[in-house]
Design a binder for this molecule. Structure first.
Ligand SMILES: C[S@@+](CC[C@H](N)C(=O)[O-])C[C@H]1O[C@@H](n2cnc3c(N)ncnc32)[C@H](O)[C@@H]1O
Length: 227
């Protein structure tokens, strides 16, 4: 389910306000904002070393301090849609990030990057990437420290190419940050079955998500390559 029918979604990240225009009437799911993207960004904001000291218990150790310290990290987002996750993490210090999706989604992404330029201070990098296209994957210049993906597991046929793209893009020492919600039982089963061959998977405990952006059906996973 999409986040809301509202034509504009706002998301506060630190002291900035992202404003995303979505088109729920389009035939492409990428022109809509999906809740996993908001959940991932707000989880990252909660534990981001830039903001963590402002949390209610500043002396408690931060289990995600290294993972979410985005300084000097290179990242790519797969199936970015309107670009919420990429833009949100950019505001948390992920300055080197490229947002990718299929051609028909590019206009919506471009529009939202432009719309948020005043808040972001620049237009983030975007490019076409089909998970099935090895040339496009290579052209991005892997490996990346971080691969971001939210709400991208919903078609069984795409699961294999998605996992291959993730494995090809992420560095051996890197991490895939996945915002996940069950969309199709078949895709779900296959994804987690194949995922176990390639990645060690850690599920973020629900109580670590941002309290205002923790939905029962939505999870964040941290995936590292099996070496
Ligand atoms: C449900 S939407 C999620 C969009 C966005 N990540 C969010 O959370 O709001 C899934 C995204 O995956 C993209 N996608 C699906 N299959 C793809 C493929 N084979 N290659 C690249 N992107 C794909 C879609 O275009 C769409 O933007």
């Amino acid at each position: 389910m999409r986040f809301t029918d509202s034509p504009v979604i706002e998301l506060r990240v630190r002291d900035a306000l992202l404003s995303i225009q979505q088109d729920n009437g389009s035939m492409h799911v990428g022109t809509t904002v999906w809740p996993c993207s908001l959940v991932l960004v707000k989880f990252a904001e909660r534990w981001n070393p830039l903001t963590y000291t402002a949390s209610p218990s500043p002396s408690a150790p931060n289990p995600y301090s290294s993972l979410l310290d985005f300084r000097n990290k290179r990242a790519v987002e797969l199936g970015t849609g309107c670009g919420v996750a990429g833009m949100g993490l950019y505001l948390l210090g992920l300055s080197d990030v490229v947002l990718t999706d299929i051609a028909p989604v590019m206009p919506a992404l471009k529009h939202n990057l432009k719309r948020n330029k005043p808040v972001l201070g620049k237009t983030l990098k975007m490019t076409q990437l089909y998970w099935t296209n090895p040339d496009q994957i290579k052209a991005l210049g892997p490996p990346f420290d971080l691969v971001i993906a939210t709400d991208v597991v919903y078609i069984e046929e795409s699961v294999g190419p998605l996992l291959s793209a993730m494995a090809a893009l992420v560095a051996d020492t890197g991490v895939v940050l996945l915002g996940y919600q069950l969309r199709s039982p078949e895709a779900h089963r296959l994804f987690w079955e194949l995922c176990g061959d390639v990645f060690n998977v850690e599920k973020v405990p629900h109580e670590h998500l941002h309290p205002e952006y923790a939905y029962e059906e939505t999870d964040v996973y941290i995936m590292r390559k099996k070496l």
